[in-house]
Design a binder for this molecule. Structure first.
Ligand code: AR6
Length: 176
């Protein structure tokens, strides 16, 4: 169930980041080379098709916390915003670098007049960031940026397990 907080619609859903046709931009949990890889990145590149990597190549490599924007090709969205999350335990300070991912993704969304965006849980798969700690960072960062929004109206969190979804729903429930 979506909730509205400070005029922004938030929702958490169980699903695949490549199957969010009603949002303008999806966020990729990328690798530094912006290449295919596994997890979210693999799914996004497979669904978008090889042209996505062609556009990505000259933009790479990126550093932890950075984000770049491309077209979405065969995905049902207009844009992909690629973020490189920190590898937990090696890219430090992890919380700051993860917060930078969310800030930079939102900044690019605003610059491109994007009104709706879907985020996966960056860094919590192959990069091993503890899920609950990462969720605190994502919420605190996004809430801290709300005042700056001129175009963004909708933020969706796409989670890959029931347990992850329940945790996001609990956090959203506390916003109201
Ligand atoms: N849709 C939504 N969420 C997903 C999907 C999907 N299709 N697939 C996985 N998740 P990860 P990271 C969840 O590993 O930790 C790649 O190999 C997953 O359960 O995709 O930032 C890249 O090439 C987890 O909660 O991203 C990089 O090398 C979350 O998305 C590296 O992994 C993030 O998992 C990036 O690692």
């Amino acid at each position: 169930m979506p909730i509205t907080y400070k005029n922004i619609e938030f929702e958490a859903v169980l699903g695949d980041i490549t199957n969010q046709p009603d949002v303008e931009a999806v966020v990729n949990a990328a690798n530094a080379e912006l290449a295919i890889g596994g997890g979210v990145a693999g799914a996004i590149h497979r669904a978008a098709g090889p042209e996505l990597y062609e556009e990505c190549k000259p933009l790479a490599p990126i550093n932890p916390g950075e984000a770049v924007i491309t077209k979405a090709y065969n995905l049902p969205n207009k844009y992909v915003i690629h973020c490189l999350g920190p590898v937990y335990g090696s890219d430090k300070p992890e919380d700051e670098l993860l917060a930078n991912c969310y800030k930079n993704a939102l900044r690019l969304a605003e610059e491109n007049k994007i009104s709706s965006i879907a985020f996966p849980s960056i860094s919590t798969g192959a990069f091993r960031y503890p899920f609950q700690k990462a969720t605190d960072v994502s919420f605190n960062t996004i809430l801290g940026e709300l005042e700056r929004f001129k175009h963004l109206q909708k933020i969706r969190f796409v989670l890959f397990s029931e347990q992850d979804l329940r945790f996001y729903e609990e956090k959203l429930g506390k916003l109201e």
